[in-house]
Design a protein around this ligand. Structure first.
Ligand code: S3P
Length: 170
């Protein structure tokens, strides 16, 4: 392992549906660290993301998301932090991530189809969730890879197996 990383946050990034929240929560439990989810924090502060988009638009969402992410990445003790899928669009966030241990969770198109449902909680997906997801994936893939210290490839299997893979890659 990378002993110097014991002092750093582990930050999970990746596309919508990649399991950042569920895997992050299980990883945190395994490592005995707090788990922080930036989407949950956003909702606690501003209400539902879908309503925020309707009222204020995506640009305002990104500006508030950037603030939430900056506050949470500045955590008082090493935590596992799950980021909203679009957080890495912010150059300021990417700069902050360069000093943290960043893990990208990847998934296949087929898994995305199974996991996105009707997309109603994720306003960036619009009326055609799967084709929007594919377009957004293509737009962001290079950014995810650029930010990541570790890329966890798509896999079937349980959340605990996913956690095993991450822990052995750290
Ligand atoms: C978004 C992803 C969502 C949420 C918002 C926008 C995106 O988070 O932050 O709906 O642009 O990829 P998840 O990746 O947790 O679904």
């Amino acid at each position: 392992g990378r002993t110097q990383d014991l002092a750093r946050n582990i930050v999970l990034i990746g596309p919508m549906g990649s399991g950042k929240s569920t895997v992050g929560s299980a990883l945190a439990r395994r490592l005995g660290r707090p788990h922080v989810d930036t989407d949950h924090f956003f909702v606690a502060r501003h209400g539902s993301i879908a309503e925020y988009f309707t009222t204020h638009g995506e640009e305002a969402f990104r500006a508030e998301e950037e603030k939430v992410v900056a506050e949470l990445l500045d955590s008082p003790r090493p935590s596992v932090i799950s980021l909203g899928g679009g957080s890495i669009l912010s150059p300021r966030t990417r700069e902050t991530l360069s000093s943290q241990l960043v893990v990208m969770l990847d998934l296949t198109e087929q898994q995305a189809r199974q996991r996105l449902g009707d997309g109603s909680t994720r306003p960036v997906l619009g009326d055609d969730p799967v084709s929007s997801w594919l377009r957004i994936y293509a737009e962001r893939e290079a950014l995810y890879r650029e930010c990541a210290d570790v890329v966890v490839p798509p896999a079937e299997g349980t959340i605990d197996e996913r956690v095993d893979t991450i822990v052995s890659a750290l």
